[in-house]
Every structure is written in C-alpha cells, then in structure tokens.
Write a protein that binds this ligand. Sequence first.
Ligand SMILES: [Zn+2]
Length: 216
Amino acid sequence: MRLVLVGPPGAGKGTQAQFIASNLSIPKISTGDIFRANVSGGTDLGKLAKTYMDRGDLVPDEVTIAMVRDRLSEDDAQDGFLLDGFPRNVAQAEILRDMLKDWGLALDLVLELVVDDDEVVRRLAGRRTCSQCGRIWHVDFDDKKDDRCDACGGTLFQRDDDKEETVRHRLEVYQQQTAPLVSYYAAEQILVGVDATGPVEEVTRRAMDAIRPYMA
Ligand SMILES: [Zn+2]
C-alpha cells in the first residue's frame, strides 16, 4: 500500500500517520524524520540541507526530493509506505508520480483528513502550556478553568503558535498550498476524505475503512 496523508495543522495528522502505518505494517515516512536522519547521519544531502537551515533559508525542493528518493529506495519501503508532509504542492506531486513510475509503481491512495477551521481553532487555541514543566492542558478537553498546572502548580500560558490569529493564518497558508494538491489527486481519482473529528481511535477506524477497498 502506497499512501500519502494530507491534513491541516491540528488535524492530528502525525498521530494518525503513526496508527495507520502500524496497522498496515508499512513505514511512516515524514519529511521531518528524513531531514533529521540525514542531518544527524551527516549524509551529503544532510550537510547540504544544513547549510540552508543554518542561514535560516528554506531547503530547496531538489534537496528534499533527493532525500525522499533515497528514503523510498530503502528496503523497508519496498512493499509500501505512508508519506506524511510530502508532497506539499503539485510540482512535488508530479515529481513523486514520475519517480514511482520509473520504478514501475504508483500511489494507491491519498487520504485527506478533513476538519473544519473552527474545530482546528478550538483544538489549538484552547491549548495552555505550563511555564514550569511544559505540560500542555486544554481549556475544553481538560476542563481547565484556572491558569495553574494540575501537575506542578506552575502558571499556564498560551504559546504564540496557539493564538487564534496565528492558527487562522496557518490554516490560510495550508489552504493556499494544499487546495491545488487536493484537486490534483481528486483528478487522479485516488483522493479519499476522512472525517477527522471525534476520538483518535474513531478517526483511525474511519481511515482504515476508507483504505480497505484500495488494498490489493
Ligand atoms: Zn506544570
């Protein structure tokens, strides 16, 4: 099974990627993990990527793509994989398609985790971080009424990343980048949307139900 997982910030994509990959016994391949592995392993691509990151620049597409190619060539990815965080745009999707085609392969399915913006804002903007132990609480899910950490008594605060304005901006950026990607995969007829609201296990169950018909 060769899968791509897409979804907005706050959709629980990382968690779902883990569960789905483990259910299917395939590796979860995220661009974050690939970057870290290349940089800490001191590969040529890692060194190259680091020169950009050290300057605070974005790592160019070619470098990311070369890392993805290397990762997909590894033994554990030969019977399938779940990609998380790649492709990010239509250009990368086309390169991935050609890469797989060269190997006589193709994607089986693209799963889109669907959560509406207000729900994402509720999830992320409700987070409060403990200034002392770093633990994260949620005003609704943990029914947090005061600004004290129940674990250590520290003061809770809202990280800038979790402020409603920032969350809405991240959602806008995501929509701009991802809407064309989602349309691209819809046109390829391999896109399936999964309702990502509700408990984690329920979302995983829905995802597995959506995947099953595509399994060989
Ligand atoms: Zn604390």
